[in-house]
Design a protein around this ligand. Structure first.
Ligand code: ARG
Length: 469
């Protein structure tokens, strides 16, 4: 049987079955069902206020829409919904309404087009999802902040070029991600401003000859305002692009963190051990514990960025106003929303349950001459130009590595050999200066890894999160 349609008057033949399937969006825009009905309820209420429909008509249509929603919810829950019943969610709801209340159902679409309708649905959906995602990011930030607090004094090597560079703390490292996520939280908030606009009443593209109150429907649906141009209203999808771009950015952050989690969890680093709940085994190598969650997050980042790219390519070259190409805006968006949400739920749990191997981190921070810059700074502080100090320390590192020692293991005599010509040396003082903790704590610049400075930042951010509750 051919699907129920919203058009037909000017057609002599039905569409082919295959064309129907190709054209349909119900299998995915069923996701918008509740928003579609919400939009219709606001529209019909406005039609009543503007005397376009009678109060009795409004009442009957409203009750009908609510009943349709209940039916659909029940069918979806029971798993006996027929995804081939109609072309899209809009035709489905209208057909169900008409089946329930008779011909009057046909009045619902007065002064409206599926073009503004679908844009309303998508915005209502995305508004909800963006708010939800923002809340989830806040929870994630809280977990990062708690871990950072726990590890304010857990020293570890910091890396550049994946080479041990300078000592810092695990807490400081996690705080870096905290701030990346904080920006994502803000970016979703910015995107929300542009999502939160009502296109309802834009009609097919040129508004309507009915006296619609667009400000009323905008307010009724909780939008900040109604859009100012009907052609823009039905053709704008940059609110989706913006969301996907912000989501891609979030995924990029989580992908970078995942890469680090994977490295840290490896035997080579052994900085952390992920809990059994968030790792998987190998079917052939019994000793393995794979960081699948982190790997999947890294992998799915490509998928979200892919959806962003796909929609940009879909929109490129589209003339105004609505074109069916725009139906392609949904699947990638839904997929991205679901992907981001499940990750935001799982990831903090993985972090909370990991074991942090402090001793390994500390040992790694104490080897590999991470304190070389410290020594150079010390010499510069004594009046030796930094460039020259750098050269001297280079020689000291060469000297120590030949002896298979770290800098802070050098004896008085050895120091005299290296530094004697420049200053009076005291091996005890140097040993203290070059210890890992002293090195970290000397980096007390604003935003640096010194324990006290990290504590200051954590207190400030705790206040920020407390305010959001
Ligand atoms: N299913 C369509 C979409 O997702 C709804 C709008 C259809 N409009 C139209 N003029 N055919 O974009």
């Amino acid at each position: 049987m051919s699907k129920s349609k919203l058009w037909g008057g000017r057609f002599e033949a039905g569409t082919s079955e295959l064309m129907d399937r190709f054209n349909a969006s119900l299998p995915f825009d069923i996701n918008l069902m509740e928003y579609d009905i919400e939009g219709s309820l606001a529209h019909v209420k406005m039609l009543g206020r503007q005397d376009i429909l009678t109060a009795a008509e409004v009442e009957e249509i409203t009750a009908g829409l609510k009943a349709v929603k209940k039916d659909l919810q029940a069918e979806l829950e029971a798993g006996d919904f027929d995804f081939n019943e109609a072309e899209d969610i809009h035709s489905l709801v209208e057909a169900r309404l008409t089946a329930k209340i008779g011909e009057l159902g046909g009045k619902l679409h007065t002064g409206r087009s599926r073009n503004d309708q679908v844009a309303v649905d998508l915005r209502l959906y995305l508004k909800d999802q963006t708010e939800l995602i923002r809340e989830m990011i806040l929870k994630f930030m809280q977990v990062l902040l708690d871990l950072a607090e726990e590890h304010t004094e857990t020293v570890m090597p910091g890396y550049t070029h994946l080479q041990r560079a300078q000592a810092l703390t695990f807490g400081h490292h996690l705080l870096a991600y905290y701030f990346k996520l904080k920006r994502d939280y803000e970016r979703f908030g910015d995107a929300l401003k542009r999502i939160n606009v009502s296109p309802l009443g834009s009609g097919a593209l040129a508004g309507s000859s009915f006296n619609l109150d667009r400000d009323f429907t905008a307010q009724e649906l909780g939008f900040e305002r109604a859009c100012e141009n009907s052609m823009d209203g039905v053709s704008d999808r940059d609110f989706v692009l913006e969301f996907l771009s912000v989501a891609s950015n979030l995924m990029l952050h989580l992908s970078r963190l995942s890469e680090e989690v994977i490295l840290w969890n490896s035997k080579e680093f052994s900085f952390i051990e992920l809990a059994d709940q968030y790792t998987t085994g190998s079917s052939i190598m019994p000793q393995k514990k794979n960081p699948d969650l982190a790997e999947l997050v890294r992998g799915k980042t490509g998928r979200v960025i892919g959806s962003l790219n796909q929609l940009m390519l879909t929109i490129k070259g589209l003339p105004l106003a609505y074109n069916k190409d725009l139906q392609e805006d949904k699947e990638g968006l839904f997929d991205s929303v679901n992907t981001v949400k499940i990750i935001l739920e799982l990831y903090p749990e993985m972090l909370k349950t990991m074991t942090v191997k402090k001793e390994t981190m500390e040992k790694a921070a104490a080897t590999g001459f991470l304190n070389a810059t410290e020594l150079a700074d010390f010499l510069a502080d004594k009046g030796i130009p930094f460039r020259q100090a750098h050269q001297i320390v280079g020689e000291a590192v060469l000297f120590a590595s030949k002896k298979e020692k770290e800098l802070d293991q050098l004896q008085q005599k050895e120091w005299e050999k290296i530094l004697g010509q420049y200053l009076k040396v005291d091996a005890g003082e140097l040993k203290e200066k070059l210890s890992v903790n002293a090195a970290v704590n000397s980096h007390a610049t604003k935003g640096g890894p010194a324990f006290e400075e990290s504590r200051r930042v954590i207190i400030k951010e705790k206040e920020f999160l407390a305010q959001k509750e």
